[in-house]
Design a protein around this ligand. Structure first.
Ligand code: MLT
Ligand code: MN
Ligand code: ZN
Length: 309
């Protein structure tokens, strides 16, 4: 199983179009050593040495067309109209994870789409892109039960998935944004059934509970919420009134933060942060925060990175 990071940034991307925070302005002007990042998505396919195999798209980002263009693996060119995307799995209904579905509307057949009931509801009501898509290719929606039961995506043999309900937040447009329900956000454990190797993916993770931590401990790699360094990152910059936790993202630093949890994983676990917001100081490769991550054995995902757990 091979994981390709298509987009490692949170909503807005890096640099964000209207942002002149230290990171965004510094990247534009060359005064901060960092690399640009597109919005949150990964592609997972069996690792059998053949480039022409289909895989699973996790999240359809607004940057999906650029992401497809920059990775030939996503366009194997086997027919006049072709794609390596056998199906899409959504981990939530946020704009940065779902809007790219509209860009796949030229498909010749309905798009196989796996998501939970609350996410399907949001994408039919608050942000009705599934209704819009029904006038184009349409979707063949498959229900994800966020209870840890195994499922597979047809056309992608050898990759077994298990979804877990997470404590995070539904999208701002959701009719139940302030009344979260299980399944608004999921984390996915993906296992290569031949090798038994696995990765846990959760780009939006507000709270780590003991059972969830057990699941993380069983994975060979974790790709988890790297949105914010501090809980009041956006407030301190005057960019939002809300804390990281209030919008469903566990910050990396501070008591009970992501660093403390990652420190407790088994030594063999590969630790990666993904869905990094443009304000996060870890994007600056020369920052003390990035050095601290390095000393804890934690990596920061970048676009085009591949991970074979
Ligand atoms: C989030 O996960 O909170 C988002 O990145 C917000 C967004 O897409 O605007
Ligand atoms: Mn997001
Ligand atoms: Zn910025």
């Amino acid at each position: 199983m091979r994981i390709t990071v298509l987009g490692s940034s949170a909503g807005g991307g890096f640099p964000q179009w209207n942002c002149n925070c230290r990171n965004c302005a510094g990247l534009r002007h060359g005064s901060v050593r960092a690399v640009a990042r597109t919005q949150s998505s990964i592609f997972v396919r069996p690792d059998d040495g053949d480039d022409g195999v289909d895989g699973i798209l996790f999240n359809a980002s607004p940057d999906i067309l650029e992401q497809i263009r920059s990775d030939p693996v996503l366009q194997p060119g086997r027919a006049r109209r072709d794609t390596a995307i056998a199906g899409v799995v959504l981990i939530d209904g946020q704009i940065d994870h779902s809007t790219g579905l509209l860009m796949l509307r030229e498909r010749a057949s309905p798009l196989p789409l796996w998501c939970t009931d609350p996410v399907a509801e949001d994408l039919n009501q608050g942000h009705p892109i599934l209704r819009v898509l029904s006038h184009f290719c349409g979707v063949e929606r498959r229900r994800i039960a966020a209870d840890g039961s195994p499922f597979e995506i047809p056309g992608v043999p050898g990759v077994s998935l298990r979804a877990y309900a997470l404590s995070s937040k539904a999208a701002p447009y959701s009719p139940h944004r302030e009344a979260p329900v299980p399944g608004d956000n999921i984390g996915v454990l993906m296992t290569d059934t031949a090798s038994g190797r696995s990765a846990f993916y959760a780009p939006g993770l507000g709270e780590i509970t003991p059972p969830l931590f057990d699941t993380m401990c069983g994975a060979d790699a974790v790709l988890v919420d790297g949105t914010f360094w501090t809980d009041d990152e956006m407030r301190a910059l005057g960019l939002s009134k809300k804390t990281a936790r209030e919008i469903g993202h566990l910050p990396q630093s501070g008591p009970g933060g992501m660093l403390e949890w990652l420190d407790r994983l088994p030594a063999r676990t590969r630790r990666l942060l993904i869905h990094v917001n443009n304000t996060n100081p870890i994007l600056d490769e020369d920052s003390p925060e990035r050095a601290l991550l390095h000393s804890h054995g934690i990596e920061v995902c970048a676009d085009k990175m591949t991970i074979v757990p």
